[in-house]
Design a protein around this ligand. Structure first.
Ligand SMILES: Cc1ncc(COP(=O)(O)O)c(C=O)c1O
Length: 365
């Protein structure tokens, strides 16, 4: 049991971790059972570390149903490095990559890819301030894209893809899943590559997960620095250089926890229930709270909404913080409120937010 009281943490990332994971990490921080040394002190070439790393990989494969023929890579540099690295590896000289622009992070992915080759924006929600996911009928691919890039959850605007885009036959679909990875079952075979920073749904900052189909590995030009080629990490099983060992250890504990809870169907049901409660509070407020995302594009992970005035929004955030509901201030590019309710965010915190919203609206209506 934690001795220090914990408040509800709505941070968009780094974000809340399961309490049992923090407690297990604390219990074993000074000495791993059977090892007698801390995970923070042992060599990444040691047997105990290898066991943790390979167990994390095996559990991820099991949980997400990663098919044969895909590599699971544990890298560094965040999703931000992947914006460039994936283009270095998958965008050949003279080729074009197609991007679906759904928010700030996909804009950043586009801007990095443009430094390395030609980019075609196949669909965009920019005209309506990224309040929705483009419809399939609005997406126009280029003639022969090297890949199609999407961002499954738009952390800042609070939109999420609930149906994957259809892509031309044989074209790999690449997904930045930083903020909704493992929030529900995933059909990995639909993707050529999935990547994400781990600090929201998987672990702590410092670890980036890449799941990549084997035939897409080894395509980087020979001049590519070793660390930036997927082939290097696939060959060395994420042990090319010193990996972020503590983040991989926390990932290992989180994955063990998700499996023990019953897997991603259970996680999906809980995430749907949590998100539905907050959206019901918005929809039932008689217009006092206004959701940013259009209903069919609503994110289960980041719920964004406005109040009648910026003054009331400031008051809402200040009073919520005082009531033990932390991190609700929206991103500066959207304003308003953002409640990030990732996998590990407790349902009791959602109930507390919903009660706070009703009380606040009544007092300040
Ligand atoms: C969808 C998405 N992509 C990319 C990033 C950037 O990730 P990182 O800080 O790991 O580079 C973020 C960070 O919040 C994000 O939410």
């Amino acid at each position: 049991m934690s001795t220090v009281p914990r408040i509800f943490n709505f941070s968009a990332g780094p974000a809340v971790l399961p309490l049992s994971v923090l407690e297990e990490a604390r219990e074993h921080l000074v000495a791993l059972p059977g090892v007698g040394m801390s995970i923070l002190e042992i060599s990444h070439r040691s047997k105990p570390y290898e066991e943790i790393c390979f167990c994390a990989e095996a559990n991820l494969r099991k949980l997400a149903g990663v098919p044969e023929g895909y590599h699971v890579l544990f890298l560094q540099g965040g999703a931000t490095l992947q914006f460039a690295m994936l283009a270095m590896n998958l965008l050949p000289a003279g080729g074009t990559a197609d991007y679906i622009e759904t928010g700030v992070w996909s804009e950043k992915a586009i801007s990095e890819a443009k430094k390395l080759g030609s980019v075609h924006v196949a669909g965009s929600s920019k005209a309506t301030r990224h309040d929705r996911i483009p419809l399939q009928s609005e997406i126009r691919y280029s003639d022969a894209p090297a890949y199609v890039h999407m961002t499954s959850n738009n952390t800042i605007f609070g939109t999420q893809w609930h149906l994957l885009p259809e892509v031309p036959a044989g074209v790999p679909l690449v997904n930045d899943a930083s903020s909704d990875i493992l929030c529900r079952p995933v059909d990995v075979a639909r993707f050529g590559l999935i990547y994400g920073g781990a600090q929201k749904n998987l672990s702590i900052a410092g670890l980036t997960l890449v799941v990549v189909r084997a035939d897409l590995v080894g395509k980087a030009p020979a001049s590519t620095p070793a660390y930036l080629s997927y082939a290097t990490h696939a060959k060395e099983r994420s042990l090319y250089n010193t990996p972020p060992v503590f983040a991989i250890y926390i990932l290992h504990l989180v994955l063990k926890n998700l499996l023990a809870e019953g897997g991603l169907e259970v996680v999906e049901a809980r995430n749907r229930r949590k998100a539905a409660k907050v959206y019901a509070a918005i929809d039932g407020s008689g217009g006092y709270f206004r959701g940013h995302a259009q209903p069919e594009s609503r994110s289960w992970m980041n719920v964004t909404f406005r109040l009648p005035s910026e003054e009331l929004e400031k008051k809402f955030v200040a009073e919520a913080t005082a009531a033990g509901l932390d991190g609700l201030k929206g991103h500066r590019s959207v304003g308003g409120i953002r409640a990030s309710i990732y996998n590990a965010f407790p349902e009791a915190g959602v109930d507390a937010l919903v009660a706070f919203m009703a009380d606040f609206a009544q007092r300040n209506g």
